[in-house]
Design a protein around this ligand. Structure first.
Ligand code: PLP
Length: 359
C-alpha cells in the first residue's frame, strides 16, 4: 500500500485511522454479518450509528439544545435553494459575496425573493474579506448570508459580520469542524461534508429550532427542513454509509482532543506553509494576509509555465492535486483536518527544492 499526500480541495483527505476502521468493518459491522452499506436504515444497528453521530457532533461543537442537526443530501448547492425556501418569510435577504460559492447562493436566492448583494470582494478576484462591521443591512431582511471559508480563493471570515440583529446563515463547507465555533451566533450553519468531514453525498445543517416551520409555497417536501427535522433525517433513505463515516471522523476528532486541539494543529500546519510563502523569492500567496484561510492556501510563481511545471513535478513526488482552481490559476494546497503535519513539511521541502532549481 502506498498513500500519497492529497491536497485536493474536495473530495479530500480523510484520517487514515478512519479508513482502516471502515475497511475492517466492511464485511461485518459489529457482528451484524453485513456491511453498513447493506443495512436497513430502519434497523436498530443503523439507528445507533446516526444517533451516535449526532451526539458526537453536538458534543464537539457544543450545539445548544434549541438547534436541530439535519443530515441531508443534494450537496451544499441544494441548500443554496433550501435556505431561501425555508427562511424568506419577508422575501428579502442580504448576501455578502466573497467568492463563487457565495455568488451562486445569491443567484439562487434571487429566484425566490429580493436577494441583495450588500458587500463584495469581486473587484479584486475575491482575494480579501470586505469590512463587514457596518453594512447596509436591509430592515426587513430575513437573514444575512455568508460563505465563511472561501475554498477557491483561500479567504476566511476572521470575525462574523455585524448583522445588526438579523439571523446569520453560513456555508461552512470548507471550514466545518476546523476550529471551535459559537453556534449560538448563527441561525443556520451548513456544509457539504466532502471537504473536511467525510465522503461526498452528505450535507449537515444545524438549524435553530424556531426557524423550522413555514416555507415558501411550493417548497418540495424533501427541501423542507421541517420534514427532515420531524423524521430524524430519515424521511427517506439517508446517505447511510456517508453518515457512518462522518460519525467515525467525529470520534477521531474527539480522540484528537476536540476542536481546540484540531485548531492548534491546523494553525501549526498553515503557519509552516504561510511562513515559507512569505520569505520565498519564487512563490507567493494570493490572499490579503489578515484574511488567510487555515484550510485552503492558494499560491503562484507568477509564471504560468513554471506553475504547470511545479504541479507536474509535485505530482510525480507524491504531492497530489495541487493545481489551483481554474478561476485563480497557479496552485492551491488544501490542508484540511486530516492532512498530517508531515504532509505540509513534505510540501514545503519540495517547494524549497523547486525554488533552488528554478530561480
Ligand atoms: C464545495 C463547496 C460547495 C459546493 O458543494 P457541493 O456539495 O458540491 O454542492 C459550496 N460551498 C463551499 C464553500 C464549497 O467549498
Amino acid at each position: 500500500m502506498s498513500r500519497v499526500y492529497n491536497f485536493s480541495a474536495g473530495p479530500a483527505v480523510l484520517p487514515e485511522e478512519v479508513l482502516i476502521e471502515a475497511a475492517n468493518e466492511m464485511l461485518d459491522y459489529k457482528g451484524t454479518g453485513m456491511s453498513v452499506m447493506e443495512m436497513s436504515h430502519r434497523s436498530a444497528a443503523y439507528q445507533a450509528i446516526i444517533d451516535e453521530a449526532e451526539a458526537d457532533l453536538r458534543e464537539l461543537m457544543h450545539i445548544p439544545e434549541n438547534y436541530k442537526v439535519l443530515f441531508l443530501q443534494g450537496g451544499a448547492s441544494q441548500q443554496f435553494a433550501a435556505v431561501p425556501m425555508n427562511l424568506m418569510k419577508n422575501k428579502v435577504a442580504d448576501y455578502i459575496i466573497t467568492g463563487v460559492w457565495a455568488k451562486k447562493a445569491w443567484q439562487e436566492a434571487k429566484l425566490y425573493g429580493k436577494a441583495n448583494a450588500i458587500a463584495s470582494s469581486e473587484d479584486k478576484t475575491y482575494t480579501y474579506i470586505p469590512d463587514c462591521s457596518d453594512l447596509p443591512i436591509s430592515e426587513d431582511a430575513d437573514y444575512v448570508y455568508i460563505c465563511e471559508n472561501n475554498t477557491i480563493y483561500g479567504t476566511k471570515f476572521k470575525a462574523l459580520p455585524n448583522t445588526k440583529g438579523k439571523d446569520l446563515v453560513a456555508d461552512v463547507s470548507s471550514c466545518f469542524l476546523s476550529e471551535p465555533v459559537d453556534v449560538s451566533k448563527y441561525a443556520v450553519i451548513y456544509g457539504g461534508v466532502q471537504k473536511n468531514i467525510g465522503p461526498a453525498g452528505v450535507v449537515i445543517a444545524i438549524v435553530r429550532e424556531d426557524l423550522i416551520g413555514d416555507c415558501l409555497p411550493g417548497t418540495p417536501t424533501m427541501l423542507k427542513w421541517k420534514t427532515q427535522a420531524d423524521n430524524g433525517s430519515m424521511y427517506n433513505t439517508p446517505p447511510a454509509y456517508g453518515i457512518y463515516i462522518c460519525g467515525k471522523v467525529f470520534k477521531w476528532l474527539k480522540k484528537m482532543g476536540g476542536l481546540e486541539a484540531i485548531a492548534a494543529h491546523n494553525e501549526r500546519k498553515a503557519k509552516l506553509l504561510y511562513d515559507f510563502l512569505d520569505q520565498s523569492e519564487l512563490f507567493h500567496g494570493t490572499v490579503r494576509k489578515e484574511d488567510r484561510s487555515l484550510m485552503n492556501v492558494p499560491f503562484v510563481t507568477g509564471n504560468k509555465e513554471l506553475d504547470a511545471k511545479f504541479v507536474k513535478e509535485a505530482d510525480a513526488a507524491g504531492l497530489k492535486n495541487l493545481k489551483g482552481h481554474r478561476s485563480v490559476g497557479g496552485m492551491r494546497a488544501s490542508i484540511y483536518n486530516a492532512m498530517p503535519y508531515e504532509g505540509v513539511e513534505a510540501l514545503v521541502a519540495f517547494m524549497k527544492k523547486f525554488e533552488e532549481e528554478n530561480k
